[in-house]
Write a protein that binds this ligand. Structure first.
Ligand code: SF4
Length: 335
């Protein structure tokens, strides 16, 4: 094979990059990351964060350097400290554990995840069987299921439908994780409807606007791309879905990378069009790194593929407006 290192673009180069818009940070991730930064500013280090605040390696490492301590369980947080819950949401039992350990809490659950929790509670109160479409073991699914464990059954993709049973076929509703593939979810829903014709749908979309828009953009570029590079972490559900959607839309090849240095030069063999996008938990600086790497390999020409405008923002968690240190100290004293 010839030399694959930094080939400068010639004027007649047919190499180009299609850059998806929207990509990267969604409103829920932006809010959660700012919440950790604000908490560190307001209260100083350490701020404990239960689970990765958002599923991105770089974001987690950057916040760690600023004084955030990431833990797996609330039990690891010293009594009287401040703990933040991640954007993926938590089950009510986690709030109870935190209260028992006299922790002051900041809940950075994305409001669009909270919306699904509320739907679950409402349908459980009406004694529905809730079929929650999502990925087994994902933090969001664990949190949502915890709202009504006796009423919720997880359905992990279309192939899982044959195993699903319900108590009363006339009282069944489906809900979903916010970061799934739109098309695969509808395939699962269709199969569920064949099995349970009276199945009702959630009052509004559970798959969030950011997941949907990023998938629409990658679909638009997929058919034209020889290679799609998705910037995102392997545990980021919406980022992994973007790779699948790109391949489903006709991209010849697609890969997920956390950083530009994970790109393999061999992927560029015979490639003239590279699609680039990033998951909802990915800061733009990482995409810039990928674009620079591509420019260094002859892909300097960048065209934007725009699927939607986004203007949604969420206000910061309400707890950041209270004096949490004083609250934690008072709770500690009361013991
Ligand atoms: S991906 Fe969607 S649900 Fe998840 S944090 Fe972003 S806006 Fe919220």
């Amino acid at each position: 094979m010839g030399d694959m290192t930094a080939t400068p673009a010639s004027p007649s180069s047919d190499k180009r990059v299609l850059l998806a818009a929207p990509r990267g940070y969604c409103a829920g991730v932006d809010r959660a990351v700012i919440a950790v930064e604000k908490a560190l500013e307001q209260y100083g280090s350490p701020i404990y964060v239960r689970h990765e605040i958002v599923h991105n390696k770089y974001v987690v490492q950057t916040l760690e350097k600023k004084g955030a301590i990431f833990v797996d369980e609330t039990a690891e947080v010293p009594e009287g400290s401040i703990v933040m819950f991640s954007a993926h949401g938590v089950a009510p039992t986690v709030h109870q554990e935190a209260a028992e350990r006299k922790l002051a809490t900041i809940d950075a659950t994305c409001p669009l995840v909270t919306k699904v929790h509320k739907e679950a509670v409402r349908f459980a109160n009406e004694d529905f069987d809730i079929l929650l479409i999502g990925h087994e073991g994902h933090e969001e699914v664990i949190g949502t299921s915890g709202e009504a464990p006796d009423h919720i059954t997880l359905v992990d993709g279309p192939e899982d439908v044959e195993n699903v049973t319900v108590r009363d076929e006339s009282k069944v509703v489906w809900l979903s994780q916010t970061t799934l593939s739109v098309d695969e979810t509808m395939e699962t829903v269709d199969k569920l409807k064949e099995k349970f014709p009276k199945l009702i749908s959630p009052p509004s979309d559970d798959i969030c606007y950011a997941t949907q828009n990023r998938q629409t953009a990658v679909k638009q570029m997929g058919a034209e791309a020889d290679l799609v590079i998705v910037v995102g972490s392997k545990n980021s559900s919406n980022s992994v879905r973007l790779v699948e959607v790109a391949l489903g839309a006709g991209a010849k090849d697609a890969h997920l990378v956390d950083f530009a240095d994970e790109i393999d030069e061999a992927w560029l063999e015979g490639v003239s069009t590279v699609g680039v996008t990033s998951g909802a938990s990915v800061p733009e600086v990482l995409v810039e790194g990928v674009l620079e790497w591509l420019a260094g390999h002859g892909f300097e020409d960048v065209e934007i593929v725009k699927a939607a405008e986004e203007s949604i923002t969420f206000s910061l968690p309400k707890e950041l407006r209270r004096d949490l240190r004083a609250e934690a100290a008072a709770l500690h004293k009361k013991q």
